[in-house]
Design a protein around this ligand. Structure first.
Ligand SMILES: NC(=O)c1ccc[n+]([C@@H]2O[C@H](COP(=O)([O-])OP(=O)(O)OC[C@H]3O[C@@H](n4cnc5c(N)ncnc54)[C@H](O)[C@@H]3O)[C@@H](O)[C@H]2O)c1
Ligand SMILES: [Zn+2]
Length: 560
């Protein structure tokens, strides 16, 4: 068997921690650490930040290419490259020839925050006044190239130790396979990198792509092949509405790919997320003689995804599982992250597991048949992702609210925001697989939101609608605690209103809402944790929100 490469290459934008992580890796491995920017400084007597304005970017890139070519010959070594070096095909080819390439990824907001706190940040080239905006632009230009990397390393949680151990794990398990792989080198050397999936999830234990585009269901055979699921039987689980609207496309795609399958159709609605239905499906799988290597495929909204996921997690102690989400909510939230659960009479989502899918394949075209109210509901989660982590996503939503929420939405825009929003969820889940903290911010608006759903017996408010109201409550708390100004809260309100989602829940019993909040899973040692906003694109978790403030806030929401 081939040995793992004796060179690890780190790429990514400024602020991702390439030097820090690189030095730690080098120390761990006993290898030298090489920073191509430092080599340039040594050789030219001036730093890249000084050289670029002096010589122009083109001349600088030529010097950089020479340095990269030299560095890429060194073995063993950990090599960190300047943020832009990886944009040139010849640099990529040189670095991939001997190195195991890792892409350190975080949101522009997080990178900007770290750069602002970094005393050496002034030395970084190419970044101007609007740091976050500039990082956003650079990320958009460079992402496709970075994603060629052998390993995607989410570093949203600033924990270099965690990044180092994930890199070492990936290198030890996959490293040996990369060198000598001609097709890999061709990909690195291509002038224009191919457009990959919309997003990736990598929890360290499992990794999978998320595709989100129109026409994905027709490509199902190809997608299953891409994730190594060819030659398996497919056990498709769907509900009556979805199978009627999209069953044929899926059946045709599977037929065309020569993939044998069977399907089980459940009644639509939350009532199907039950142990009774799960038992029926177990019996069906047993009768069909499903094997551990076969695949459970969920075609539908969050109900189908949760039920099928639970079955896949448990039948034969776990089968591979693919999500084909067909609702806005499922594409942006439920299908990503591996939480699968059923409801019990005692409450929602009480019995389940973590079972990551092998792929999430979201066909934007399926949203065309989704009832309008469900379609809009899912935007609450997209708005949430913008508010907690992605300022640019929020701006796109603000600018195009009408085109996104009209009776005839702009489907390309829907695909664009779904891609960004799925990427936010994927990044959070991947950066914090053990739920040490970051993942909690996904609950923005959910503490009050869940309580409103419960207080109304899950009959009056769809989940996203209740979350919209909950986000207004959380914004109110954030204003009262001096974290954001009223303008920011109003901005959030304007956006929620523009999508036709509710800002208040008039007539709901406030006492029952507060009671439900008390019983929430998020109460820790008697203290309720709240996800609050610090600014647009930045959330924080607090457990010191005064009870009377919460009472007043809920009272205002239900007064209307
Ligand atoms: N696992 C998680 O992390 C997670 C996260 C959020 C929500 N959830 C769960 O998701 C569920 C809600 O998901 P949902 O809103 O998608 O509900 P859903 O699955 O009930 O779908 C809503 C309705 O739309 C129909 N439908 C779905 N896609 C359609 C399409 N393309 N065309 C026509 N009709 C279509 C369904 O038949 C259903 O009637 C809840 O049970 C919730 O607990 C899970
Ligand atoms: Zn939610």
């Amino acid at each position: 068997m081939a040995a793992a490469p004796r060179q690890i290459v780190l790429v990514g934008l400024s602020g991702a921690g390439k030097s820090r992580v690189g030095r730690m890796l080098a120390e761990r491995l006993g290898w030298p650490f090489v920073d191509t920017d430092d080599l340039i400084t040594e050789r030219e007597g001036r730093s890249p930040a000084e050289l670029i304005p002096e010589q122009g970017e083109a001349a600088f890139r030529a010097v950089e290419a020479k340095v990269v070519a030299e560095a890429s010959q060194r073995e063993p070594a950990v090599i960190a490259t300047g943020g832009g070096a990886f944009q040139r095909a010849d640099n990529r080819r040189a670095l991939a020839a001997r190195g195991y390439v890792c892409f350190l990824d975080a949101t522009p907001g997080e990178l900007a925050r770290r750069l602002r706190e970094d005393p050496e940040a002034e030395a970084r080239p190419l970044l101007g006044e609007d740091l976050e905006g500039r990082l956003e632009e650079l990320g958009a230009e460079r992402r496709a190239a970075y994603l060629l990397a052998d390993q995607w390393v989410p570093v949203q949680l600033p924990d270099p130790e965690a990044a180092v151990s994930r890199i070492l794990r990936g290198w030890a398990s996959d490293g040996a396979g990369v060198l000598g792989n001609e097709r890999r080198l061709e990909r690195f050397a291509a002038e224009t990198p191919p457009r990959g999936p919309a997003a990736l999830v990598d929890t360290g234990d499992s990794k999978y792509p998320i595709w989100a585009a129109p026409g994905e269901l027709a490509r199902l055979g190809e997608r299953l092949r891409q994730v190594g699921l060819e030659g398996r039987r497919v056990f498709l689980i769907s509900d009556e509405n979805v199978i009627q609207a999209h069953g044929q496309v899926v059946a045709r795609a599977l037929d065309a790919a020569g993939i044998p399958g069977a399907s089980y159709v459940i009644p639509p609605g939350e009532a199907s997320k039950s142990l009774r239905l799960a038992n029926e499906i177990y019996a069906w799988l047993a009768a069909e003689k499903a094997e551990r290597r076969d695949v459970v495929v969920a075609l539908g909204g969050g109900v189908v995804g949760d039920l099928a996921g639970h079955v896949a997690a448990t039948y034969l102690r776990g089968m591979p599982f693919v999500q084909l989400p067909t609702s806005t909510l499922a594409m942006n939230d439920a299908a990503i992250g591996g939480k699968v659960a059923l409801d019990l009479p005692a409450g929602k989502n009480l019995v389940g597991a973590f079972h990551q899918p092998t792929a999430v394949i979201a066909d934007i075209d399926t949203l065309r048949t989704l009832p309008k109210r469900s379609f809009i509901e899912g935007f609450a989660e997209i708005i949430k992702h913008g508010l907690i982590l992605d300022r640019t996503l929020l701006r796109i939503l603000e600018e195009h609210a009408a085109a996104l929420s009209s009776g005839a939405p702009d489907w390309d825009l829907v695909a664009q925001v779904t891609t960004r929003s799925a990427r936010v969820k994927a990044l959070v889940v991947s950066s914090d697989p053990e739920e040490r903290g970051l993942r909690a911010i996904l609950n923005y608006g959910h503490t009050i939101g869940h309580a409103i759903e419960q207080a109304t017996g899950y009959r009056e408010y769809l989940h996203g609608e209740a979350v919209a109201v909950g986000m207004m409550g959380a914004a109110r708390l954030s204003v009262e605690l001096g974290l954001i100004d009223q303008e920011t809260a109003d901005r959030q309100g304007d956006l929620i209103r523009a999508f036709g989602l509710p800002l208040v829940a008039p007539g709901v019993n406030g006492t029952v809402v507060l009671d439900a909040m008390q019983r929430d899973k998020k109460v820790e040692q008697g203290r309720q944790r709240y996800v609050l906003l610090e600014s647009v694109g930045r959330a924080t978790v607090r457990n010191d929100v005064p009870a009377d403030l919460v009472q007043r806030t809920v009272a205002a929401l239900v007064r209307g």
